[in-house]
Design a protein around this ligand. Structure first.
Ligand code: C2O
Ligand code: CU
Length: 520
């Protein structure tokens, strides 16, 4: 039986609250881009660029009425063909990995009814959604398995909003067009849940974006990039202390910094290859990895590089050119690539400069003949009002994302903490007033991709400088690097209630680097 969070907090020893810098996994980290440890697959791995890219199917609503569009998803165990010759048992939304893509319209409410046929409780969160608190997928609001009883942790029994078998999530989607994603968010077990397949795209569209004339239809590719490892029989490898996902929390020694796979999957296909026309394409990059960061580059490079048009929370004000893109877990980069600038027949490889060997390769585009292309990239994409942080009474808070030691039943455990505290349903690091703008100063000891639910934010500064090249627009996840501090501005609006913010390195999240804010 997992310990209750209250016992956990009671066990916090004062002197040990923040003592993290001596850990072995910090050695070699300084200045490096590594945010985890690699788990070596035991299955034979395919040659890169031998399997075709697949695009996850778009889910059709089961019905539409005056309340909106209604969707149904069943979470279940299924067999997937990922590596050649073996099958992988996944936990999948509708039994597929990635899950089906939901496409919605800004301002049109949808409901998604999730049925849980998995052997463990689950929680569904729409990442980047402006969602009322009871529908946001609070980490202890479990959907229990439909057909069995499972042991429950004390914190869920005490304060979770539990439902048996099924739950309806309502999403108002009062937010601009962008790339969202939905994924498992169960307290303490998000890492293994997402690793086993519980992740899918949710694309929000609107009239403003439709009017821009960006590449669309078959020239718009959602690309979910992640890393996984496989056992010899094709099953997922993950270093959980308790592989049932019902008992002790966390990963085995040496993986506390994060779990890296040694197989690169795009939309569930290892190192895929795709034929593209000689034309502009819109690529919606999502880093759905547990812990891995990527530095994406095209080889050979197109003259315009990646033309970034959007990020986590929607379109940028104007397009931004990058010759490479650094992407932390949970972040999205919406980019245009002009394949007409290549000779037909060119192999263009998407590479990852944060890794070497196989993991330095992501996928390949094979460029076809130049074709008609009436798409455009306007110089002006949208308007973004800078949040006013100069008004009187703007509250500034400091959030420290540091590792530490907790004493739990006389065992000394390494945990990742926020302001010296592990997650607990009753611990609120902030109580912002509805409609107020706040400045949060984020301070880190390691790579921490920090994600805030409900409201996107604007990056004000990094260290003593301005925002970095990947910080433009509305973000919901900021890539903090070791010993860095950054300031962000958030307007807390939409709904009152309790939400979480956390590190989106899923091993850090599961090992307590999460807290609450309560909009009052
Ligand atoms: Cu993508 Cu709190 O999550
Ligand atoms: Cu972290």
């Amino acid at each position: 039986m997992p310990v209750s969070r209250r016992e956990f907090i009671a066990g916090l020893t004062l002197g040990g609250a923040v003592a993290g810098l001596g850990f072995s996994f910090f050695s070699g980290v300084a200045g490096s881009t590594s945010t985890g440890r690699s788990l070596v697959s035991r299955a034979p791995l395919p040659e890169p660029f031998t399997q075709r890219l697949r695009i996850p199917p778009v889910l059709a609503p089961v019905r539409s009425d005056g309340d909106g569009d209604h969707y149904e998803i069943t979470q279940r165990v299924a067999a997937a063909q990922i590596l050649p010759g073996v099958s992988t048992t996944i936990w999948g939304y509708n039994g597929i990995f990635p899950g089906p893509t939901i496409e919605s319209r800004s301002g049109r409410t949808i409901s998604v009814t999730h049925t849980n046929e998995l052997p463990i409780p689950t929680v569904v969160h729409l990442h980047g959604g402006r969602t009322p608190p009871e529908h946001d997928g609070y980490p202890i609001d479990f959907v229990l398995p439909v057909d069995r009883d499972v042991p429950l942790p004390v914190y869920a029994i005490e304060s979770g909003d539990l439902s048996k078998g099924q739950r309806i999530h309502w999403y108002p989607l009062e937010q601009p067009a962008t790339t969202l994603w939905y994924h498992d968010h169960r307290l303490d077990f998000t890492g293994p849940g997402v690793w086993k397949g519980l992740a899918g795209f949710h694309i929000v569209r609107d009239d403003e974006e439709d009017a821009l004339g960006l590449p669309s239809g078959p020239r718009e590719l959602p690309l979910m990039i992640l890393d996984r490892s496989f056992d010899v029989d094709g099953s997922w490898l993950y270093p959980a202390i308790d592989p049932t996902g019902l008992g002790e929390v966390g990963v085995t020694d040496g993986f506390e910094a994060g779990v890296f796979g040694d197989v690169l999957l795009v939309n569930g296909v290892p190192w895929p290859i795709v034929n593209v026309d000689g034309a502009r394409y819109r690529l919606r990059f999502l880093n759905a990895s547990n812990a891995r960061r990527y530095d994406l580059r095209l080889d050979p490079p197109p003259p315009d590089g990646f033309v970034q048009i959007g990020t986590d929370g929607g379109l940028l004000v104007e397009p931004l050119h990058h010759d490479h893109i650094e992407m932390a877990p949970a972040q999205r980069f919406d980019v245009i690539v002009d394949f007409s600038s290549y000779q037909p027949g060119t192999n263009v490889t998407l590479v990852n400069d944060f890794a070497s060997g196989r993991m330095a390769q992501v996928m390949r585009f094979v460029v076809g003949a130049r074709t008609d292309d009436d798409s455009r990239i306007p110089n002006r994409l949208t308007t973004i009002e800078p949040l006013d942080t100069t008004a009187e009474g703007v509250i500034t808070r400091t959030m420290r994302f540091f590792s530490g030691h907790l004493t739990d039943n006389n065992t000394d455990r390494h945990r990742w903490l926020i302001n010296g505290e592990p997650f607990g349903p009753d611990v609120a690091a902030a109580r912002p007033a509805l409609d107020s703008v706040e400045i949060w100063r984020l301070v880190s000891d390691f790579h921490h991709p920090i994600h805030i639910h409900l409201n996107p934010f604007q990056v004000l500064s990094r260290g003593s400088g301005g925002p970095g090249p990947y910080d433009m627009g509305w973000k919901d996840t900021i890539d903090l690097r070791p010993f860095e501090h950054a300031a962000i501005a958030v307007r807390f609006d939409g709904f009152r209630g309790r939400y979480v913010f956390h590190c989106h390195n899923l091993e850090h999240e599961d090992m307590a680097m999460m807290s609450n804010f309560v909009v009052t």
